[in-house]
Design a protein around this ligand. Sequence first.
Ligand SMILES: [Zn+2]
Length: 429
Amino acid sequence: MSTVRQQTIDEACELQGVGLHTGENTRVRFLPAPVNTGVCFRRVDLEGSPEIAAVVGNVVATDRGTTLGIGAERIHTVEHVLASVASLEIDNLIIEVDAQEVPAADGSARPFVELLSSAGVGEQDAPARVFKLDEAFSLEDGASSFVVAPAEEYRVSATIDFDHPLVGRQFASFTITSDSFARYLAPARTFGFIHEVEALRQRGRALGGSVDNAVVLTEEGLLEGTQLRFPDEFVRHKALDVVGDLALTGMRLHTHVVAERPSHRANVALARELVARAERKALTRPPLDIQQILQYLPHRYPFLLVDRVIEYEEGRRIVGLKNVTINEPFFMGHFPDHPIMPGVLIIEAMAQVGGLLLMDAVENPEEKLVYFMSLNNVKWRRPVIPGDQILFELEMLQVRGRTCKMRGVGTVDGQVVAEADMMARYVDR
Ligand SMILES: [Zn+2]
């Protein structure tokens, strides 16, 4: 099972600069966040500091950059920051901004990567969400197309084709690790054509755009004062944008993404497809049988009360089942003439299923034990009798260090038999 851990930054850090579209001076501040927070923007200039999670469901526009929004609130041009965050494998982060866009910096991801790296990136006590593919698939969106293939690591290959003497057709392929991203992709700047920049300015956009934060192309070459950082800076930047937009999946992608003429719109369509595939896969993840359960749980007959795990979403949710038969030892003494399963054992069975969810989140689970620390809101709704099959569904509510909070519900034939909130802790054996 997974040993890839979630990560956040070690300390807060910030950066100021001009926003590409508004031309206003803006500030971005990065803050560490607890496990399962994900990456979340916070508009600190607005009343109540509304939060907008960096997830594909919050994308509201993909015209010249990716815009997130909830209600009337917006964050523009999130892709270069998100590419930096994803390349450093940061899963949990609060990104405070005091305007409707992040600073354009130099038009690349380099200033963000350098800032976040110097803040330090550290592991947290929960498994990261890693997306792996079983077989390749393709996706088309307008002039863009993708092939996504299974891979052990994250890799992005991109091809672009622009009718311009300096650009033309360019292809590049990169493994996305923090080192290779920082070296080969992060410095690549966004680019635009001078006639487009003028048209955008007339519409009140790109007001902060200049040769300081973009590669500006004229009909023949480069606007004066610009020098390319790489001969193929253009395709590198498009690959950077792919990484930034796919960060909206909220997962570590262990896949090879081959992009032909990628655009923000198409990248976001691919992010949606990846999320949909991950959700389908979570529902069909192979169950744990009793032999696998025995590897993880220290309990033995007559105290092992889980028969099978039938659904499982790493670190988040688990569904286990217990078949209750007349041969259970507790029926011998628990009302022989009127056998019902002791309520506390129903909760014990629920706790064992929860233990499996927690054990899967730790390294070397065979060296650990789960202790339950508290039970709250325990309710028994109806008795459990021989012949019943209890389904226990547990959801992880919070993980903090070695402690976690879970909510469990037990049902028989769709009717609730027991529920409880539980707090557990794992310790070394
Ligand atoms: Zn870009």
